[in-house]
Design a protein around this ligand. Structure first.
Ligand SMILES: Cc1ncc(COP(=O)(O)O)c(C=O)c1O
Length: 496
């Protein structure tokens, strides 16, 4: 099965004006005027922080400006930022695009706060990123969790089926919004268009976390995107997959039900009033590059990812899973640039593989879990970088004994929600030893980061399985986050 119907017209819009980068040009012209700065930032073109300037280069610090009339203002854009956002909207097929300087996290918070009021219901998969759960705390919305299919062989969550979303709508017919992830961290996509249509039938808005899918807008062999499927809004981390600088993202808007001024007002509550021009100009240039050359760049990226997947699948004991997961039941698409490798047959966990790649071969992957690693292949890769990864994996595999039976550790069952996340967050809490927390109601989130999917959320009942799973993550030195105790020997639970 291919990712897309190749007979469908291309979704990619590349108008001639996509060659423009109005914000970048305005910043460059501003620098050329050699204006004498009596404004923030205090470093004043780098003069005030010479050590940084000497390392990073003068140009970067000259670009580190604050809003003023010739370079516009993100809080109320009326000239070059407005134009840059319009070009982004056109490139991504949205009615409007908002630049984000606080990552996709702020886009997810903005989507939820502009679509939901306290007490409103939102259907969402339990394997969402932590920002969706903090969105629940901020908004006071009530989550209706949709069952996520697990792949027991690989030890990962795959996607949420149409049927499980339908069941949620039957359980909670007055649902205001549906929250989806497209694709998952591992590149897996569900039946997006049909699920969006289902939400329309139930008069729910559709909000999509597309943190890992920004590049999918620019190549027809990549999975269907939220805007193409008719979602109301989607937040994309242009920094993760489109080449802009870390923390820069875009919120795409295409809604008939959520007023645009509400989204703008919410954004202005959520973000800094000192938007970074380094971040914003990087979005402008990344959009220009993707709109004008994205297809060719992603062609090469896909070629490299396919080459790597094939080569890794020749290595005994390793399995680079991908498009074969498409089953037409739950999984409908796969983003091939996510190079997942199941490592358990080598007798290693993903965490151990990540450490060995880093310590022995100076290679850093994006993500590891108990069973797998994920290496991102992007427009920045070359045949050489890909070959280094393949050679390192081959070398590690050669040093391991292949296991006949691999033990795959799964995340525990979805815990029961006793108190909604916002109420749990504001409740009285006490700290108890992790071992003594079984049956208590959690007062905080605990997750391995990345991927940042909470094992337990505020308001959920802690089970024996959850405590055991946290112990396993600790034993394997997983990077745990969310709890007040950084070592998670103790956990906050509700009570005095
Ligand atoms: C699925 C998912 N959603 C949202 C985010 C948040 O994105 P950002 O880091 O741009 O705030 C992440 C970050 O890792 C993510 O993996």
């Amino acid at each position: 099965m291919t990712n897309r119907n190749t007979e469908a017209p291309s979704r990619i819009k590349t108008g001639a004006n996509q060659q423009r980068a109005p914000l970048f040009d305005a910043v460059r012209e501003h620098i050329e005027t050699q204006v004498v700065p009596f404004h923030v930032p205090a470093h004043k073109h780098g003069q005030g922080i010479p050590e940084m300037r000497d390392f990073i280069g003068e140009k970067a610090l000259l670009m580190d400006l604050n809003s003023m009339y010739d370079i516009d203002d993100l809080s109320n854009p009326i000239s070059v930022i407005d134009e840059a956002q319009h070009l982004a909207a056109e490139a991504f097929g949205a009615e409007h695009a908002y630049y984000l300087i606080n990552g996709t996290t702020s886009g997810i918070h903005t989507m939820m706060l502009s679509a939901l009021r306290q007490g409103d219901r939102i259907i969402m998969p339990r394997n969402a990123h932590k920002s969706a759960f903090s969105g629940l705390i901020l908004s006071g919305a009530v989550p209706i969790y949709a069952q996520v299919e697990m792949n027991g062989e690989l030890g990962i969550a795959t996607a949420t089926s149409y049927e499980s979303i339908l069941q949620c709508f039957h359980r909670a017919p007055q649902t205001t919004a549906l929250f989806l992830i497209n694709p998952s961290y591992y590149g897996i996509c569900g039946e997006l268009r049909r699920i969006v249509e289902l939400a329309r039938e139930w008069e729910a808005s559709v909000l999509v976390d597309e943190a890992h899918g920004g590049h999918m807008y620019f190549h027809d062999e990549l999975p269907m995107t939220a805007m193409e499927a008719g979602a109301d809004m989607a937040a994309i981390s242009t920094h993760k997959t489109c080449g802009s600088l870390t923390q820069s993202s875009i919120l795409l808007y295409n809604s008939k039900t959520i007023a645009r001024h509400k989204v703008s007002n919410t954004l202005n509550m959520m973000r800094s009033t000192s938007a970074s021009y380094l971040l914003m100009t990087s979005i402008d240039l990344a959009r220009k590059q993707m709109a004008t050359r994205g297809k060719d760049l992603l062609e090469q990226t896909l070629h490299l990812a396919r080459f790597a997947r094939d080569a890794i699948n020749q290595i005994e004991g390793l399995h680079s899973f991908g498009p074969e997961l498409i089953d037409g039941r739950t999984v409908f698409n796969f983003d091939e640039t996510k190079l997942n490798v199941h490592v358990r047959r080598l007798g290693l966990t993903g965490f151990e593989m990540e450490r060995r790649l880093r310590q022995e071969y100076n290679i850093q992957v994006e993500l590891s879990d108990l069973n797998n690693i994920m290496a991102m292949v992007t427009i920045g890769d070359t045949q050489d970088s890909i070959q280094r990864l393949i050679d390192a994996l081959k070398s590690i595999a050669n040093k391991c004994r292949i296991q006949k039976f691999r033990k795959v550790t799964l995340m525990p069952e979805m815990p029961e929600t006793i108190v909604i996340p916002r109420d749990a967050f504001y409740s009285h809490k006490k700290s108890v030893p992790l071992e003594k927390a079984v049956n208590e109601i959690s007062g905080e989130m605990v997750m391995s980061y990345p991927p940042g999917i909470p094992v337990i959320c505020p308001g959920e009942r802690i089970t024996r399985d959850i405590v055991d799973y946290i112990h396993i993550l600790k034993e394997h030195n997983s990077h745990l986050q969310g709890a007040a105790d950084p070592f998670v020997d103790h956990i906050q639970v509700l009570g005095f």
